[in-house]
Design a protein around this ligand. Structure first.
Ligand code: FE
Length: 199
């Protein structure tokens, strides 16, 4: 999405973030090293790969899948993924009849331990309002066309519940291993704005 929500003469997000960081460091509230460590951890180490491992395990182990749908935080924690913004992970499952998609209408609540930090478009006010008002149109603009008979369910993430989509396992992947399957799973599929496709 390219819709601009700020006047053109506003400083960039990067500049404003830098200014905020300087103020926090000056006030002694954070150190640049601690901030870099946190950011690197979620960008480089976590990324969406933890989530992809969770999905691949759910696809190949039905007991785990049921556990994941029953208590997302516990099932994700079982694979060693936990931490800030991961306290109340709720997993919703896509099927041929139901397509789930996640948004945070208020801000940018997102399950960090499984997906890393949210992409910019997830924080965009246009995504946040339009996904509720016209999910089919927006999904289609993002490259996902759904049949009319598919039930689209939009989940509003918050501090109480951080939603995470268990995508459908694509056909033609029956012989693939859990590791190979994990490589197919994308961040966008786990937010619900895309499907996983077979190689
Ligand atoms: Fe939020």
């Amino acid at each position: 999405m390219t819709e601009k929500t700020e006047p053109a003469d506003m400083p960039s997000i990067e500049l404003r973030t830098e200014a905020l960081e300087s103020l926090l460091v000056e006030a002694g509230l954070v150190t640049p090293e601690a901030l870099d460590g946190l950011i690197n951890r979620y960008v480089a180490d976590v990324g969406p790969m933890n989530g992809a491992k969770v999905v691949a395990k759910a696809w190949t182990d039905d007991a785990y899948r049921r556990q994941l749908l029953d208590d997302g935080t516990a099932a994700v924690g079982e694979l060693g993924f936990a931490g800030p913004q991961g306290e109340h992970i709720v997993v919703v499952e896509n099927t041929p009849e139901i397509h789930n998609v996640v948004v945070c209408t208020l801000c940018s609540c997102y399950p960090w331990p499984v997906l890393g930090l949210p992409p910019d478009w997830y924080k965009d006010p246009a995504y946040r309002s339009r996904m509720v008002r016209e999910p089919r149109t927006l999904l289609s603009e993002m490259g996902l066309d759904l049949d009319d008979d598919v039930d689209v369910r939009v989940w509003d993430s918050s501090a109480e519940n951080r939603y995470f989509v268990l995508p459908e396992r694509p056909e033609g992947t029956e012989s693939m291993s859990e590791e190979e399957l994990a490589e197919l799973v994308t961040r966008d599929a786990m937010v619900g704005v895309a499907k996983v496709t077979a190689p």
